[in-house]
Ligand binder design. Structure first.
Ligand code: C2E
Ligand code: MG
Ligand code: MG
Length: 571
């Protein structure tokens, strides 16, 4: 006999006995309570844990709909089965739509135990999915070395703090702190000890600050500190002084004393920026200045911006590169797994630099975002991608082209107009275009992102969430966005055959994505076994070196002629 914690919403004692009897015959040992009013049900739900709820349809003071909403309001996801003598088919359907899992007629109680078996199993599956979603979220939010919030989460905290209205007497300060010569520690003492040092620094920073202040690890040896409510005046320097004092005492790593110095850059809100992204960028510029001079803390000033390292060197050349056609696009096909059709390709930008050769986007996209060059770059990519897409069409091949959109472009209010113009220039239709955006782009300013995405989506353009799983979003939070597709980040896909955690994440993203009616694409598919595993999980599309490396347009066209993956041709 399996124990079953059973809550029975029922006014008749006799009917309760019949129900208990049916459960026992089905192999269950119910520990039960019977309730027949909203008050008593609420009290029982709060008092202990339950496995399942049975409810009569109508009772003198209560009914199944009210019981259902009570259950929902209490935040519990328990199987809810209506057991009734009176319910008609139509009302049963309404009840199921309202969230009941099953209904059983009182004169057909032999169906009860099998229904319980099934609903308990389903509830278990739902629980596991929720946990997987939680895990994805947690992993995406915390830095594994220090257990502090990571850069993404830090950005979110900053955004949240900005929304909290402030009085004129208060400012918000964002500090970026970079440890000096940390690389030496890593090189001489090894990574494990380097990590220990980072953890200890994190702990010390945390211990100096108020609980309402935020400490995050932004990556490498960079920490971010957010002081959301700072009185104007001398407060800031007091805090900075305290931070520096606390770092003075050497850190003990396996008995070895290590002295740490740090460069701190500060930017203030509203003085130096009006949004989270700019605030962060300005704090970083100030930090770079601190690193290059003898002062250990620099507060941002607009003059610094002119000398920021991103502005120098490569960026000056990038502008010319866009104008002189030194950029090029590679295309990587996206294949539909079930049919082996190639239905689209992702456009990936490269820079053919006269001295450094072919530069990958990692080398210049971030800096381009910081300097505003990302807009002309993005427009160039869009025009070229649509043009090539039309060239394919002229050869009778239908390809939907995916273009990566940077966070900064997404927040440009003119984006929809610009895209409409590019579509018109290329005589392309919106259905030929998919825009890939990352989760972090949405986090920066969710309201603006939603508005822009809605406009784009209404135009008929597909929206895809790129690198899913690496950012902050849980699927639940993109539910209300007009999204058509999610791309599971390659870091999960590449190792899914050997790493159980990755496999679990891939599986649950596919399931949850499908539950939301989204297409799910796996990127980074590097071998046949992975493709087979994805096919079994019902993943819709795949992209990766196993299918094809990214190639220039002509090479893509010859590949399409020779491969077993079939393009969609004019009929
Ligand atoms: P992404 O959008 O996630 O693009 C997929 C990246 O994964 C590409 O790197 C691609 O070459 C690589 N990749 C493809 N198949 C595999 C595989 O099987 N295994 C592995 N390990 N990697 C694979 P790429 O071209 O270096 O692009 C890197 C990132 O740069 C892109 O990531 C995207 O975020 C950004 N990017 C590329 N082009 C543009 C652009 O035109 N505009 C903007 N804003 N960003 C771009
Ligand atoms: Mg992409
Ligand atoms: Mg990606």
């Amino acid at each position: 006999m399996r124990p079953l914690r059973t809550l029975i919403v029922e006014d008749s004692v006799d009917d309760t006995e019949l129900l208990l009897h049916a459960l026992r015959r089905g192999g269950y040992e119910p520990e039960y309570a019977r309730v027949d009013t909203p008050e008593s049900m609420g009290a029982e739900l709060r008092a202990r844990e339950w496995d399942i709820v049975f409810s009569d349809f109508t009772m003198p003071r209560f009914n199944a709909f009210d019981a259902l909403s009570l259950l929902r309001d209490s935040g519990l996801d328990l199987p809810f089965i209506i057991v009734s003598g009176t319910i008609g088919e139509d009302r049963a359907v309404i009840a199921m739509k309202a969230g009941a899992h099953d209904y059983i007629l009182k004169d057909n109680l032999k169906r009860l135990a099998p229904a319980v078996d099934r609903e308990l199993r389903d509830a278990q599956v739902r629980r596991e999915r929720r946990e997987a979603d939680e895990t994805i979220r947690r992993l995406a939010y915390t830095d594994p070395v220090t257990n502090l919030p990571n850069r993404t989460r830090f950005g979110e905290y900053t955004q949240e703090a900005i929304w909290q209205t402030r009085t004129d007497e208060e400012v918000m300060a964002l500090l970026v702190m970079d440890l000096d010569r940390f690389q030496e520690v890593n090189d001489t003492l090894g990574h494990t000890r380097g990590d220990q040092l980072l953890r200890q620094v994190g702990l010390r920073l945390r211990s100096v600050l108020y609980v309402t202040d935020v400490v995050a690890r932004l990556g490498g040896d960079e920490f971010g500190i957010l002081l959301p409510r700072l009185a104007r005046g001398s407060d800031l320097m007091t805090v900075v002084g305290k931070l520096q004092d606390f770092l003075q005492a050497p850190f003990m790593i396996e008995g070895i004393p290590i002295a740490v110095e740090a460069s701190i850059g500060v930017a203030l809100m509203p003085d130096h920026a009006a949004d989270a992204g700019t605030l962060m960028q300005h704090a970083e510029i100030a930090m770079y200045r601190a690193k290059r001079t003898t002062s250990s803390c620099v507060v941002y000033a607009p003059e610094l911006n002119l000398h920021s390292p991103e502005r120098l060197g490569l960026m000056a050349e990038l502008r010319a590169a866009i104008e002189h056609d030194q950029l090029l696009l590679h295309f990587q096909p996206k294949g539909q797994i079930a049919t082996r059709n190639v239905i689209g390709a992702e456009a990936l930008v490269r820079w053919n630099h006269p001295r450094y050769g072919l530069l990958a986007p990692e080398r210049f996209i971030v800096a381009a975002e910081h300097t505003g060059l990302i807009n002309p770059l993005g427009e160039w990519v869009l025009s070229r991608a649509l043009r090539e897409c039309q060239r394919a069409r002229a050869c009778g091949i239908h390809l939907r082209v995916s273009v990566n959109l940077s966070a900064r472009s997404l927040h440009d209010p003119h984006l929809p107009e610009v895209i409409a113009k590019k579509l018109a220039d290329a005589s392309a239709s919106p259905e030929q275009l998919t825009l890939e955006i990352t989760e972090s782009a949405i986090v920066l300013d969710p309201q603006r992102a939603e508005a822009t995405l809605t406009t784009l989506s209404r135009m008929g353009i597909w929206i895809s969430i790129d690198d899913f799983g690496t950012g902050y979003t849980s699927l639940a939070s993109i539910k209300h966005l007009p999204v058509n597709e999610i791309k599971i980040d390659k870091s999960f896909v590449t190792d899914m055959l050997t790493n159980k955690r990755d496999a679990m994440i891939v599986r649950s993203v596919i399931e949850l994505g499908h539950n939301l009616g989204l297409r799910v694409v796996a990127e980074g598919v590097e071998n046949e076994q992975t493709l087979d595993a994805l096919a079994l999980l019902g993943c819709d599309e795949a992209q990766g070196y196993f299918i094809s490396y990214p190639h220039d347009f002509d090479a893509l066209m010859s590949w399409l002629e020779s491969t077993s993956w079939k393009p969609v041709r004019d009929s």
